[in-house]
Design a protein around this ligand. Structure first.
Ligand code: DC
Length: 237
């Protein structure tokens, strides 16, 4: 948290596997800010829908009913925060293959987005020093954020990064099928009608393909730190 109540929202948007989550988490830790993984909220809701036997491709009305009645929230006492759905910790379910395959359909549902966007804005009010990552954080959720970044990388590089994460978790993977699923998700995320993946005009767009994630963190940190150190009235833009 910021030592004072000055607001500083940093948004990181970009496609699947662009390194946003890792970069946002490391950046927040280095700057002493809170970290919001909005994809985890869509994934948590998706895991809950699957647990209830909802066909997310065909049963939109049941999804809408679900999002209006479940509580999707983070346990901020944990580091990193755990994702709870109706009080149940679903964090370890979030990156499972069935959830990953179903989440685009869930996140394309406008009523789902309305509810989760509102929750994210509430989190922004409760955590005024925040690094938040997703697809629509700079464009829709926090259009007035002080600093906006958009991370991109080739699908090949992104697939390799995702494979590295799965390897660390000891989960099996096939590189080409990860790449294909990334390309399919890019398409679904960019072409959906509500909250599509776009680079906001006022975002700093970074092609991370030739960079290590530490280099990306350092680049962004150098841009954000002056805003943390600046007096509240004259925060530089
Ligand atoms: O970043 P991720 O892979 O955990 O995101 C999971 C899915 O949720 C992805 O298909 C896009 C969607 N999503 C979204 O629509 N809006 C966000 N702010 C975050 C994620």
């Amino acid at each position: 948290m910021l030592p004072r109540m000055q607001r500083l929202i940093v948004t990181l948007d970009g496609p699947a596997g662009s390194g946003k989550s890792t970069v946002a988490r490391r950046l927040a830790a280095r700057l002493g800010l809170d970290f919001l993984d909005t994809g985890a909220m869509y994934r948590g809701l998706t895991a809950q829908a699957l647990a209830r036997g909802i066909d997310v491709q065909k049963e939109g009305p049941l999804l809408v009913e679900l999002v209006r009645h479940v509580e999707v929230r983070f346990d901020w006492a944990a580091d990193p925060p755990r994702l709870l759905v109706d009080g149940k910790d679903l964090t370890d379910r979030l990156r499972d293959r069935d959830v990953t395959d179903a989440v685009s359909a869930v996140s394309a549902e406008p009523a789902v987005r309305d509810v989760l966007v509102e929750s994210q804005r509430r989190i922004g009010r409760e955590h005024p020093g925040l690094v938040t990552e997703g697809r629509d954080q700079g464009s829709v959720v926090f259009p007035d954020a002080e600093l906006k970044f958009y991370l991109d990388a080739s699908s090949q590089v992104r697939a390799k990064r995702r494979a590295g994460q799965l390897r660390e978790l000891g989960k099996p993977f096939d590189l080409e099928s990860i790449r294909q699923s990334i390309v399919a998700r890019d398409h679904a995320d960019s072409t959906r009608k509500f909250g599509p993946l776009i680079c906001p005009d006022d975002a700093d767009k970074i092609d991370t393909s030739p960079m290590t994630l530490d280099e990306v963190v350092e680049y962004i940190e150098a841009k954000v730190r002056p805003h943390l150190d600046a007096p509240a009235e004259e925060s530089p833009r």
